[in-house]
Ligand binder design. Sequence first.
Ligand code: PLP
Length: 371
Amino acid sequence: MIYLDNSATTRQHDRVTEVMVQYMRDDFGNPSSLYNLGITAEKAVKEARKQLARAMDLPEGSLYFTSCGTEADNMAIFGAASAQRRRGSRIITTQVEHPAVLEACGRLEQQGFDVIRIRVDQDCRLDLDQLKEAINEETILISVMQVNNETGAIMPIDEIAKMKQNAFLHTDAVQAFGKIPLAKCADLVTVSGHKIHGPKGIGALWIKKDVHIPAFFAGGGQESGMRSGTENVPAIAGLGEAAALLSEEGSVKELRDRLLSGIRDEIKDIRVNSPDDGCPSVLNISFLGTRAEVLLHTLEQDEIYVSTGSACSSNKKGQSHVLKAMGLSDREIEGAIRFSFGKYNTAEEMDQVVDKVKKAVSRFRRLGSFR
Ligand code: PLP
């Protein structure tokens, strides 16, 4: 199998699985329990928080474990909106966020918040002029992802921080974590376990010191009262381990470059939808005159796994809102495939993929939809 859908999810590292099994089978206590089994679990959570904080390498702040990246995004956005409600009602985000951010902002809009969605250009670069103009005294929150999950475009968080005035700055760093240094100037940062060879169903929200948002859940007061609910100790320990293992990871840039130059050499009529200076973990290409969904299933027959866009959304049929926001034509959107790389991919795999994609594309172009 050649797995090139690492932006959707990653294969869990064996060491992570071992750690998780330990906290499922042996050290299964509740961190709130007073006896040794509980204390062992509590220590595991503490250690994982340290491991994650070290890997995220952000200024002084607090880390709260959540059930996933989506929950951390929701916690940041609803929390910031609620904390700042009296100061203003403007929320700025982008047209190309993950649904976890877009839908949360949409709900706030329905409640009367004034939500501005900043556009991107055809390379998925944010319109900073529009953003600058949109910021006013009423702006309470700016939420901009650090790396776009469909194109790999890196958003200018540092520049946004300089113009943000009193607004909280949240960045969804789910696709950035482990690939590029996290934005140190953000107030709230979201990460997720399953994109870094860690477990699914675990994420975290980092909140800068002196930034306060209310708790999302009412309950038993775990996570310093910020995220009640008995801690998912195996997943938390697994996330900590995955974060610690990131230091062993090499760059995937060579893989991306090899795949891209192979495709460019071998296949005509393509559009590269990822910017040159994007995050090397993602490569999005439109094969004009094809249907990505058909290509995907053709490649699947050779056990090559790619994506037609964001697989994190349940809206699997709809057109990519990201490619649409970039102004791509229906034809370009229809033929768009996302390749995304991880630590288990090899250079030889890239050559095999070029060959198989070339065959699938030329077959489609010859015969049309042949499924
Ligand atoms: N944000 C981005 C940019 C993502 O790519 C994803 C998942 O694909 C999420 C948020 C959601 O993370 P989770 O699957 O942990 O809820």
